[in-house]
Design a protein around this ligand. Structure first.
Ligand SMILES: *[C@@H]1O[C@H](CO)[C@@H](O)[C@H](O)[C@H]1NC(C)=O
Length: 292
């Protein structure tokens, strides 16, 4: 009996060991890179919506732009749950001229790189170089609870008709927008205050994406970085600035210690502005991998 259980332990341990190899891949999220550079507007509202969904469905990284616009039919209850997978957009995000749904769930979006601006034309409402546009919608909530960085360009939030969108007014955009400015028409309604849970420090109070406790805006690292760090410092030590190629934040000064990369990531984990293998680049998500 003793022998039998010892054997069992050995067999079981072997199975575990073999399976250990699988663990990293099991936990590694499936990445799907999508390239969307232009948006076509179809006249048929169903066709238009289905086309949008097809373009972004399951994407984790959008190389190009995320444009959710002209959802204009009151007869359709648009379902934007396909946006939940998106974590990174290399160009701009534009959400405009939509009559519904109530909630735009960009719940995993962390970085908008801002390498292209909305409509590259001089100005919309007097603002140019727009990387994030939320305008003329009737959404009640645009949820981007993980958005930590708009790396370049400006933000314009204007002419939205739903008074419930007022929580966007409470967001500390200066912490998110790295280089540009934020233009926001103050909402006519004032929201009830954010949950008390959102008061993280004397210098960080009342920032939230919605009313519930779990809708608090959280800073991307320490609330107060050393001045020379320009708001991006190590989680472990506010006097250690993050590397220039980091998005969001870091755990130390090296380009291998970024929470996320601004542009591309090499196989050794370091963040770089260009993929050195070009033109044989084979980026998957932001990962730059040489073709075999
Ligand atoms: C964004 O633009 C910068 C500066 O031109 C460039 O180095 C970088 O590769 C671009 N990133 C992406 C993801 O296209």
């Amino acid at each position: 009996m003793v022998h039998f259980s010892a054997l069992f332990v050995i067999v079981f341990a072997t199975v575990l060991l073999v399976n250990c190899d699988l663990i990293p891949t099991l936990f590694q999220e499936q990445m799907k890179e999508c390239h969307v550079w232009t948006t076509t507007f179809y006249e048929n509202p169903n066709f238009h919506y289905n086309n949008l969904r097809r373009q972004y469905d399951g994407c984790t990284h959008v190389m190009g732009n995320l444009v959710i616009a002209d959802l204009s039919s009151y007869d359709i209850e648009y379902d934007l749950s396909f946006l939940r997978s998106i974590r990174y957009v290399s160009g701009h995000v534009a959400i405009y001229a939509n009559v519904n749904p109530a909630v735009v769930p960009l719940t995993r979006l962390e970085v908008i790189r801002g390498n292209t601006s909305f409509r590259d034309d001089p100005a919309v409402h007097g603002v140019s170089d727009i990387t994030l546009l939320i305008a003329v919608n009737n959404h009640r909530q645009v949820l981007m609870p993980k958005l930590k960085e708009v790396s370049s360009g400006n933000v314009l939030i204007d002419f939205n008709t739903s008074p419930d969108l007022c929580y966007l007014d409470t967001i500390d955009w200066s912490h998110i927008v790295r280089e540009g400015t934020v233009h926001m028409s103050s909402n006519s309604a004032t929201c009830p205050p954010c949950s008390r849970a959102c008061d993280l420090a004397a210098s960080w109070r009342g920032h939230c994406w919605g009313r519930a406790d779990f809708r608090c805006q959280r800073p991307s690292g320490p609330i107060q970085c050393a001045e020379e760090c320009n708001d991006r410092c190590s989680y472990k030590d506010p006097s250690v600035c993050c590397h220039d190629q980091c998005a969001v934040g870091c755990t130390g000064p090296s380009p291998r210690q970024c929470m996320l990369c601004k542009d591309y990531q090499l196989q050794d984990g370091s963040c770089v502005s260009h993929c050195p293998y070009e033109p044989w680049t084979n980026p998957r998500g932001q990962n730059c991998i040489p073709l075999e």
